[in-house]
Design a protein around this ligand. Sequence first.
Ligand SMILES: [Zn+2]
Length: 89
Amino acid sequence: MRDSDLRERVRARLHDGTLQHNLPMVQPGQQVISTIALVRDMLCSVCGGADPRMKLQYPAGAFYFHNPCYQIWDDERSAPTPSTMPALS
Ligand SMILES: [Zn+2]
């Protein structure tokens, strides 16, 4: 999957609430992101591919990411909301 396709997907999932905008709240000293060797039977929350390597635990559940997918999510979640496309006249 191309990078631009992944970005589109991340934006759509941020918009519909499938992906979170914020990192999970954690207690001081607690680690936000778990980097894991391999998550069996889990799929990446961005690309849907197998064997994601990172886990973000939210109270409502966990999200899993490949490293590059996480980077894209991290970019997009903090990006300003794009304004609507200018109308062609
Ligand atoms: Zn992925």
